[in-house]
Design a protein around this ligand. Sequence first.
Ligand code: ZN
Length: 349
Amino acid sequence: MKLSEINGENANVELKVKILSLSRRETTTSKGETVYYYGLLGDETGVIPYTAWEFPAPIKAGDVVQIKYARSRIYNDRIRLYFDSKTEVLLKPGEDIEVKRTYKETKLMDLSLKNPFVTVTGKISNMSGKEYNKAGNTFTIYNGFIEDDTSRVRISSFGQALENGRIYRMVGARVSEFNKQLELSIGDKTEVIPEDEDMDFERYYKLFEVDNPAGGITILGFIITLGTKSGIIKRCSECNKPLANGVCPDHPDKPTKLDIFTYFTLDDGTKYIQCIAGKKAIMPFLGIKDEDLPRVAGDIYRMLEDKLYGHAVRVNADFIKSEEDLSLRVNFIAGITKEDIDKDIKVSQ
Ligand SMILES: [Zn+2]
């Protein structure tokens, strides 16, 4: 039998497969403490997850095994293989199988480190390349964003350029975590297919709906507190570090630059969340420019209080992982318009 031939419940599965991953977990059941194993296995026709209540100790990821008397069942919309005390697992030393990988079609909002390889479809933006030199070879890493109708995340591509504004389907993109957010990367094993259609996205969400570090999300809410230490901060022009006493310990000779650091609490009626915003988001909202900063520095807290505290706003922001919850890193902030309210009502219905 091949994996692609399993199509539901089968009490007597016999296969030759490659164990792709193997994890061990302890759990407490009504019978007490037990150990089970789980992971992915594959053959020339596909990959499926398995759970093993019994597993011969010497078997490890990468081994090819002959399996008899395993059971298949559908779990979470996916076929899963179960090994119990009746299942025979026989190691086939020296054998290999060319596994055909399959990847679940995933929306960007549903990315998770638990499913590290996925198929995604989205639009590329802000992509630019940087050249690196390694062992005499020059290669390029491209960094940018990918977005769909649910979220926007960072994407990096090793060697392969992607066109800004273009939609791609990516089979076998890898999910990782970077800077408290999820990120996708594509390498030489990822299949990248340009699509002809175009997409436009408006991602309005209620705070209670988001439990993932999703990016480029629009939230409408009230600012219910403004952090008292919000205002102008000095940064090193070389390393961008915020400077407590005006001098960078690593670059004491470099000039400093001014930034605005703002933190506030946003409440959208379903939940409240801590937000941070820098000058890129705040300056257009206050109607000031870089060259105004030294002049308005003494007045900035009053300006923030005036325009932010107690106001209804629309923010476009990235959710980032905080210690136990999510917080928002604000990209853009504006007053609420009638159009926003109409869209918000549409989302709520
Ligand atoms: Zn510095």
